[in-house]
Design a protein around this ligand. Structure first.
Ligand code: HEM
Length: 207
């Protein structure tokens, strides 16, 4: 990510993109293995098996969004292969749409009770909304607004990464039982991401 479309990308911005992609890849691979190899918590699979299409939309859509979205922030890709950027962007928004619809359905039955369910449901709505705003901005030719919405949207996609880091830290490092940790991370996985994204947008991508 960089300050403006014309300015050269700083080494910090390049490093940030590498770190984003480096964290996104293993979680995306986990999502694909969750779907096709059925790794992960069997109680999740039992819930997901009651809505298999929605679960597949969510897990595969989310996995692909994590992978594709990270590369979209690469300045080199945007400038050397703009057609590729456009096609990957369309695919990204399509899988965000599928992932968010599936996520909203899964949210209604998620572990962690009402607090977790509301947290996940709201995340799905804002994920969808920010994706729609990014799409409408680029369709109306407003590149600056499109970039700002995409930063916000990918910060939400990245909740899949922050959730797993936070859940692992709380349950393994601090021995917080899963039923107590899960409602916390259903919010903590995305609200701070959105705050960081907004800070970045205000500082580096002014309207
Ligand atoms: C950003 C919006 C997202 C929302 C609203 C969301 C919501 C949810 C919900 C409600 C569940 C089920 C929890 C339960 O049954 O207790 C779930 C599970 C899951 N989600 Fe997402 N999610 C999002 C993003 C992603 C992304 C980007 C990925 C890609 C890796 C992903 C991959 C998964 C996987 C693999 C599971 C299975 C449970 C696990 O093993 O952790 N999600 N998600």
């Amino acid at each position: 990510m960089q300050a403006s479309a014309g300015a050269p990308a700083s080494s910090t911005a390049k490093l940030a993109v590498v770190v984003l992609i480096g964290l996104a890849i293993p979680i995306a691979l986990y999502a694909f293995a969750f779907q096709f190899l059925r790794i992960g918590d069997p109680t999740f699979h039992a819930r997901f098996d009651t809505v298999p299409a929605m679960a597949a939309f969510h897990v595969l859509g989310g996995g692909f969004a994590l992978l594709a979205g990270g590369f979209q922030f690469s300045r080199r890709l945007r400038t050397t292969a703009p057609a590729w950027h456009r096609w990957l962007g369309r695919c990204y928004l399509l899988v965000v749409l599928l992932g968010a619809i599936g996520g909203a359905v899964l949210a209604t039955m998620a572990a962690g009770g009402l607090v977790a369910r509301v947290g996940f449901f709201l995340l799905a709505l804002i994920w969808l909304w920010s994706g729609a705003a990014a799409y409408l901005a680029i369709r109306s030719g407003n590149v600056a607004a499109h970039r700002r919405w995409m930063v916000r949207n990918y910060a939400l996609t990245f909740a899949a990464v922050t959730l797993r880091i936070e859940l692992g830290t709380l349950t393994h490092l601090f021995a917080v039982p899963f039923p107590e940790a899960y409602p916390v991370v259903a919010w903590l996985a995305w609200v701070p991401n959105l705050i960081v994204a907004e800070w970045f947008v205000l500082r580096r991508m002014p309207a």
